[in-house]
Design a protein around this ligand. Structure first.
Ligand code: NAD
Length: 485
């Protein structure tokens, strides 16, 4: 049965609004329009900022228990409407039913975590008497909300990555203006419904559905916006940092994540985890496995088992519960990935399986004999392609893993504790995953990268630290009991 096309509204300071101009939201699998959303303008951004100024005041003054109750209420709403959230993700994104169900469960947890962390936004005291002449001062630090947070999110996790910004922003008493991916804005609108149903006061949340290129500058460069939380590609991130001016920023950017498999590893586990980590969400995952470095002794065995397992993956219709891999986000992206595979093969690589494209679908591809300077190694593929490369030692593997402008996460399979500690020390990444692939994230852990993979860390507690300003208080007590000399 065909889905009916829906005309959506966007949220401006807590109120749903329509606009004459709209953007189409496509189902990448069928390439049909499933909804239209208002095309936000610069004027809408200015209005959202004006409303958010009032909203920030309201949010700051919400007692912590009320923030917690709103967050728990939003999580409960999503829990009760899981089917609707799953359906929305499956319709607008690349995700299969299995993948969407996982994302919805994680989103509920992310928002519950935000509610829990709200009560732990603690300060600290400072012993001012450490300097002579300051014996009568008492010092402490409080965390103040920054005010207005601009949250800009990508298409690949259209719900949970939005929750990773909205949840902590509300937990620490900010207002948020969210600009979701124009490819996948519907999940963000559903999330906003959850917050409104949970009683979020007007002014605290706006969801502007518009083109990033058209409204992004206005949003990130406005001086009233005090924090820009961006998740997306490196090039977009660079543009934003150049325009944002002097304000706090978090940049969660791309990667070409490596995983290393040593000869003493549990090979079966390594194969399973790497296949899963390489091809989930059709490879469109910032920590998805792109490069696997395998010690010579086990290289042939690993590669043949990897290919065998990859061939078992079912590519197809997202709504079918048996499907493992859905389409990429668009045919344009699928054509780019197809071209990168062809370029690597022309330059001498061997394609062991997959790599066929039809529409937005690319069958999972495994490449070997790929040169280390190849685009498919050096740049972020963001598609269902993995390269398996032999190495003669852990040192060589770590050097090759580090030979990248990115550094988000890396995986290592080994049963040797010394090898693990060497890799932990030497890998230039934000997270090292031992005995699993690079593709591991729990929502409470600090998450972020080094080099071109970004700035700052998400993970509720860490995002909340970033979305607040430390305010120091130095309190001079007259007639202090403390003697000065
Ligand atoms: P993208 O950079 O194309 O878009 C991300 C967001 O930025 C979208 O909402 C887009 O509309 C907006 N945008 C575009 N131009 C803008 C501008 N000039 N000003 C302000 N906003 C603008 O990224 P994408 O294709 O949606 O997502 C894929 C990328 O995201 C990959 O590189 C992936 O690695 C990265 N990513 C990183 C993480 C992480 O946590 N490190 C997580 C998921 C995805």
């Amino acid at each position: 049965m065909r889905e009916q096309m829906v005309i959506e509204r966007m949220l401006l300071g807590g109120r749903w609004v329509e606009r004459q101009e709209y953007l189409q939201v496509m189902d990448p699998g069928s390439n049909t329009c499933i909804a239209t959303v208002p095309k936000a303008t610069k004027k809408d951004v200015k209005r959202a900022i004006e409303l958010a100024k009032k909203g920030a005041g309201i949010s700051k003054n919400l007692p912590v228990y009320k923030r917690q109750s709103i967050l728990m209420g939003a999580a409960e709403y999503i829990n009760e409407h899981q089917d609707q959230f799953v359906r929305t993700i499956v319709l607008e994104s690349s995700k299969t039913v299995k993948e969407a169900e996982k994302e919805v469960r994680r989103c509920i947890e992310t928002i519950r975590l935000s509610a829990e962390e709200a009560r732990r936004l603690n300060g600290e005291t400072i012993p001012f008497s450490q300097m002579k002449g300051h014996e009568s001062r008492i010092g402490y630090i409080t965390h103040q909300p920054v005010g207005i947070v601009a949250a800009i999110t990508p298409f690949n996790d259209p719900l949970n990555l939005v929750a990773h910004k909205v949840g902590p922003a509300i937990a620490c008493g900010n207002a948020v203006i969210l600009k979701p991916s124009s490819e996948t804005p519907l999940s963000a609108l559903r999330l906003a419904e959850a917050f409104l149903a949970a009683g979020l006061p007007d002014g605290i949340l706006s969801v502007l559905t518009g083109s990033g290129k058209e409204i992004g500058d206005e949003l990130v460069s406005n001086e009233d916006v005090r924090f820009v939380s961006f998740t997306g590609g490196y090039e977009t991130g660079v543009g934003i940092t150049q325009k944002a001016g002097v304000k706090k920023m978090a940049m969660e950017l791309g990667s070409n994540a490596p995983t290393i498999v040593l000869q003493d590893a549990d090979l079966k586990e390594a194969v399973e985890a790497c296949v899963d980590g390489a091809f989930g969400v059709a490879g469109q995952n910032c920590i998805g496995v792109q490069r696997v470095y395998v010690e010579n002794m086990v290289y042939e065995r690993f590669t043949s088992q990897f290919v065998e397992k990859t061939k078992q993956l079912k590519v197809g219709e997202k709504k079918d519960p048996a499907t493992d891999i859905g389409p990429m986000i668009s045919e344009k992206e699928a054509r780019r990935v197809e071209a990168w595979i062809k370029e690597a093969v022309t330059n001498g690589a061997n394609l062991l399986c997959g790599g066929e494209r039809y529409g937005a679908y690319v069958t999972p591809a495994v490449l070997v004999n790929v040169g280390k300077e190849e685009k498919i190694i050096q740049e972020e593929v963001f598609g269902p392609v993995v390269s398996i490369l032999p190495v003669s030692s852990l040192e060589e593997a770590v050097n090759l893993a580090n030979d990248s402008c990115y550094g988000l996460q890396a995986g290592l399979f080994t049963s040797n504790i010394d090898a693990a500690f060497y890799a932990i020390e030497e890998l230039e990444v934000g997270g090292v995953i031992i005995n699993d692939s690079s593709d591991v994230r729990i929502d409470g852990m600090p998450f972020g990268g080094v080099k071109r993979s970004g700035l700052g860390r998400e993970g509720i507690k860490y995002a909340m630290e970033a979305m607040t300003e430390e305010k120091v208080v130095a309190f001079r007590v007259k007639n202090s009991m403390k003697k000065t000399d």
